[in-house]
Design a binder for this molecule. Structure first.
Ligand SMILES: [Zn+2]
Length: 291
């Protein structure tokens, strides 16, 4: 009985801590003819590229949001998914593979497959492998070019950035570039060092992007608003400045705790409003700078 009462008392807290994904709305905008951006719950992005060869879907959002995603795709595209591309392994990009991957070929970097067939152990949580139909069946290293819906689709692995296996996708005629979680637009990025990410490589990869795509490209990140190239360059310059500030403080003998106390990144306060706060960005970079 006592246990039950305790459970009952804790329940509202537990419920409040759970996000109800099933009611997340899906907003959509057309980035170019037949290229749509789906913004799920105002949190995570997907891109749908439709045409005579079929529908290519880039990222799958959460497992729990597939119903509203399918409804939206039915309304705006009306085609089944032929190719589903996963930009990387995180569950807010691959979770929806369970429904959206049915009957589709799933494309990803090889390391994404390795993760999805594993127990996917994270701390105490062991969700186990994804079902076979939800696991990428086309994997690659380096680059993969496809001719699809009348244009070349270029997929490229940018190693050890947000994770070990991030890929970016460029629709060459539509001039739309999908960066996955290499772009947390307007915010400090999450760098998953436990999954092979590295903050300095992350910056290098973004530099590479700014040097290898046209100025008028439309840039879609995994989170946050759509950018143009000028915005991406400004954003990158800001991240580079934060790294310079942290490096300088570390060289002067500051610990990470002292940097947080003194709020050395206060100038970038608005970047810390998603889930990587100023403090977490300091913690991410501290081990990698001033060596
Ligand atoms: Zn991610």
């Amino acid at each position: 009985m006592k246990k039950l009462i305790i459970l009952f008392l804790l329940m509202p807290l537990w419920v409040a801590a759970q996000r109800d994904y099933t009611i997340m709305a899906v907003n959509h905008t057309e980035l170019a003819p037949n290229v749509h951006r789906l913004f799920v719950g105002n949190v995570v992005t997907m891109v749908a590229f439709a045409g005579p060869d079929g529908l290519m879907l880039i990222d799958a959002a959460y497992e729990q949001t597939t119903k509203q995603v399918k409804d939206t795709l039915q309304r705006i595209v009306g085609q089944p998914v032929r190719y589903l591309v996963n930009t990387h392994l995180h569950a807010d990009h691959t979770g929806g593979n369970t429904e959206l991957g049915k009957g589709a070929d799933i494309i990803a970097h090889h390391s994404v497959k390795t993760w999805l067939v594993s127990d996917r152990k994270q701390g105490e949580r062991i969700p186990g492998p994804m079902p076979v139909h939800a696991i990428p069946n086309i994997t690659f290293e380096g680059t993969l070019n496809m001719d699809f819906n009348g244009q070349q689709v270029q997929l490229r692995h940018l190693p050890n950035s947000h994770t070990a296996g991030d890929i970016i996708i460029y629709l060459s005629h539509s001039n739309v570039l999908v960066l996955g979680d290499l772009l947390f637009a307007d915010n400090f990025p999450f760098v998953d060092v436990n999954q092979g990410g590295n903050p300095l490589n992350f910056i290098k990869s973004l530099h590479w992007v700014t040097e290898n795509f046209p100025d008028n490209v439309v840039i879609v990140g995994g989170h946050g608003p759509v950018y143009n190239m000028a915005q991406l360059k400004t954003y990158l310059a800001n991240l580079v400045q934060t790294i310079a500030v942290i490096t300088e403080a570390k060289t002067a003998g500051f610990t990470a705790e002292q940097m947080k106390q003194q709020r050395i990144l206060a100038q970038w306060e608005s970047f810390g409003k998603f889930f990587i706060t100023e403090d977490r960005w300091i913690d991410t970079l501290y081990p990698y700078v001033g060596l």
